[in-house]
Write a protein that binds this ligand. Structure first.
Ligand SMILES: Cc1cc2nc3c(=O)[nH]c(=O)nc-3n(C[C@H](O)[C@H](O)[C@H](O)COP(=O)(O)OP(=O)(O)OC[C@H]3O[C@@H](n4cnc5c(N)ncnc54)[C@H](O)[C@@H]3O)c2cc1C
Length: 241
């Protein structure tokens, strides 16, 4: 999330990095995708060609680059599990392919940007299966999202699940459901989602996030860690990354 005033500095639009290619060998597939390719496009291709591995991304909006950076996933599966290698560029613009073994992935984390500045492309390892099987598995993952708010304006989960449980349940038990700042409201359906009911600005949303975090800390001693990236400057002294 960025402040309504924008960011100080340069931003890169990766939508033009939209190349996809693949190599099928026996039962395996090496899929190469550039950073701007939407996960949904990769999943659609996987279903069409009957490749197994990416079904869990059903319902996760985002591009390859952003999703690798945060190791997007669900239910113990994440994009990093499929990575064979990632093409990165450093501050000087020099490209370098990094192998899986050189990259650390964990829950909603990768160290891809520790020394580098951007993800350019990746190679993912998938398995050949059948279209019907892959489509069914993708639908199963999508259907499991039934408890998440739909058809509303939301950025997805705000906090990571701590080791002690699910962030949504912890937030709900701390009484966060229904809290509001302006038109920003903690979803009555799932307490780890904030919904913009119309005119909420980025500061309203950031303020509500910090109210929820503080409330959980006061009630439980758990300091929830953000899953959402706050970029730029938010609230007095609260600086994103
Ligand atoms: C309804 C909903 C449901 C969601 N469900 C899930 C879920 O189940 N699991 C999950 O993990 N996430 C989920 N998300 C969050 C989000 O969709 C994912 O985290 C997604 O992977 C973000 O990708 P993006 O391309 O939108 O990244 P952005 O949000 O645009 O960027 C995220 C970060 O990555 C950086 N970045 C983007 N591209 C690059 C690049 N090429 N190189 C280097 N850095 C880059 C950005 O600067 C930013 O810091 C959900 C979101 C919504 C709205």
């Amino acid at each position: 999330m960025i402040p309504d005033e924008g960011l100080r500095g340069m931003t890169i639009q990766t939508g033009g990095l939209n190349g996809v290619s693949w190599e099928e060998k026996g039962g395996s597939v090496l899929l190469e995708a550039e950073a701007g390719v939407p996960l949904a496009a990769l999943l659609a291709l996987s279903i069409k060609r009957g490749w197994r591995g990416l079904e869990f991304v059903a319902g996760i909006p985002g591009s390859v680059g952003g999703s690798l950076r945060g190791n997007a996933g669900v239910e113990g599966r994440a994009l990093g599990d499929l990575v064979e290698s990632v093409l990165l560029i450093d501050r000087k613009g020099s490209p370098r392919w990094k192998n899986r073994k050189e990259i650390q992935f964990s829950y909603r984390y990768s160290d891809l940007l520790a020394e580098h500045k951007a993800v350019i492309a990746c190679r993912l390892s998938l398995a050949r299966a059948g279209t019907a099987e892959v489509a069914l598995r993708a639908r199963d993952f999508f259907n499991k999202r039934v408890g998440q708010p739909k058809g509303v304006r939301t950025a997805g989960c705000i906090f990571k699940n701590p080791k002690s449980g699910f962030a949504g349940k912890i937030l709900e038990e701390a009484g966060c459901k229904g809290l509001k700042v302006g038109a920003a409201e903690v979803s009555a359906q799932h307490a780890n989602f904030i919904v913009n009911n119309g005119s909420a600005n980025s500061r309203d949303i950031a303020r509500l996030i910090f109210i929820c975090r503080d409330r959980v800390f006061e009630k439980t001693g758990i300091l929830l860690d953000l899953e959402l990236c706050l970029m730029g400057e938010f609230l007095d002294g609260e600086v994103g990354h």
